[in-house]
Design a protein around this ligand. Structure first.
Ligand SMILES: C[S@@+](CC[C@H](N)C(=O)[O-])C[C@H]1O[C@@H](n2cnc3c(N)ncnc32)[C@H](O)[C@@H]1O
Ligand SMILES: *[C@@H]1O[C@H](CO)[C@@H](O)[C@H](O)[C@H]1NC(C)=O
Ligand SMILES: *[C@@H]1O[C@H](CO)[C@@H](O)[C@H](O)[C@H]1NC(C)=O
Ligand SMILES: *[C@@H]1O[C@H](CO)[C@@H](O)[C@H](O)[C@H]1NC(C)=O
Length: 251
């Protein structure tokens, strides 16, 4: 069963499997800086050996162990229950674009941004004939350099924060602040909450987000366990919803 899940979700960070016994806990601790998933190992190798073009290489070679091949279940749920801001949404580091398309609709235009040309090609190929194609766009650009002409009501970050180098996190927060409308909302899936070394994916904690978002005046309105996390990620993922705090935006 577990093997089946791992295969079908082809998971990033699958490498830290469900804990079942003290023995597996020990094994896991030992394998944290390796990863039992050879694709994660290969991805890390590609990224470390080419800091500027590593993501492109991963896409080129089909080394995309993070890609679950479907939209993120909690995002689909929030979309279906009317729990997402309408207007303009941004998905930075959108990869193959499932989440972009899942929340695109006449009331919400979604921009999927990725630095990799191959990722954008793949997303475009997958979804260009989708019936909601007029409500989303895929763009090849570096999140840290991109200057859009319009701001966003919603930014959704999943496996982007943990993918960037940890020293880029303050810049990540500053970009979020730049790109969000005054009343816009940032929704993050805080993942992987763990204690492994190295990455990507780099380990994250709620305070890692707070540490960079509080200085730019963005605060959590809620942080809850993601009960719809896909099984291999369950227990290591929280849903964070963030907005500008009023005091800060008046400064
Ligand atoms: C771990 S993947 C996650 C993809 C997608 N969010 C998902 O969950 O399937 C991280 C993505 O971020 C992209 N990326 C990395 N650095 C970026 C940057 N500076 N600007 C835009 N995209 C970037 C990579 O090409 C990759 O597709
Ligand atoms: C680390 O993982 C790779 C790929 O799965 C494997 O070939 C290698 O032997 C592992 N190294 C150690 C020290 O476990
Ligand atoms: C997201 O919500 C919109 C608006 O209600 C709807 O048109 C669309 O089908 C939903 N997407 C998914 C994947 O359910
Ligand atoms: C993993 O372990 C290797 C060898 O012990 C070490 O050189 C490397 O820096 C570690 N990587 C991370 C990301 O912790």
């Amino acid at each position: 069963m577990r093997t089946h899940l791992c295969t079908c979700y082809s998971l990033l960070f699958n490498s830290l499997p469900l804990l079942t016994s003290p023995l597996s806990r020990i094994t896991m601790a030992r394998s944290n800086n390796n990863t039992s998933n050879p694709k994660v190992h290969k991805m890390q190798h590609l990224l470390h050996s080419d800091p500027s073009g590593g993501w492109e290489k991963c896409w080129e070679k089909g080394v995309t162990p993070w890609d679950i091949g479907q939209p993120t279940p909690i995002l689909v749920h929030l979309n279906q229950t009317g729990g997402l801001p309408k207007g303009r949404a941004l998905v930075p580091g959108c990869g193959s674009g499932h989440d972009v398309v899942a929340i695109a609709c006449p009331e919400r235009f979604v921009v999927g941004l990725d630095i990799s040309e191959n990722a954008i090609k793949q997303a475009t190929k997958l979804f260009s004939s989708s019936k909601s194609a007029e409500y989303f766009a895929f763009l090849e650009a570096d999140f840290f350099a991109w200057c859009p002409t319009q701001l966003f009501d919603l930014i959704f970050d999943y496996t982007f924060f943990c993918a960037i180098e940890p020293e880029m996190r303050p810049q990540w927060a500053s970009r979020i602040q730049d790109l969000l409308k005054p009343d816009g909302e940032l929704i993050t899936l805080i993942f992987p909450i763990s204690d492994h070394e190295g990455g990507p994916p780099y380990k994250v904690s709620v305070s890692d987000y707070e540490e960079v978002l509080h200085p730019v005046g963005i605060r959590a309105e809620s942080i809850v366990e993601n009960h719809l996390a896909i099984p291999p990620r369950r227990g290591r993922e929280k849903l964070g919803r963030w907005k500008r705090s009023i005091c800060k935006s008046l400064l």
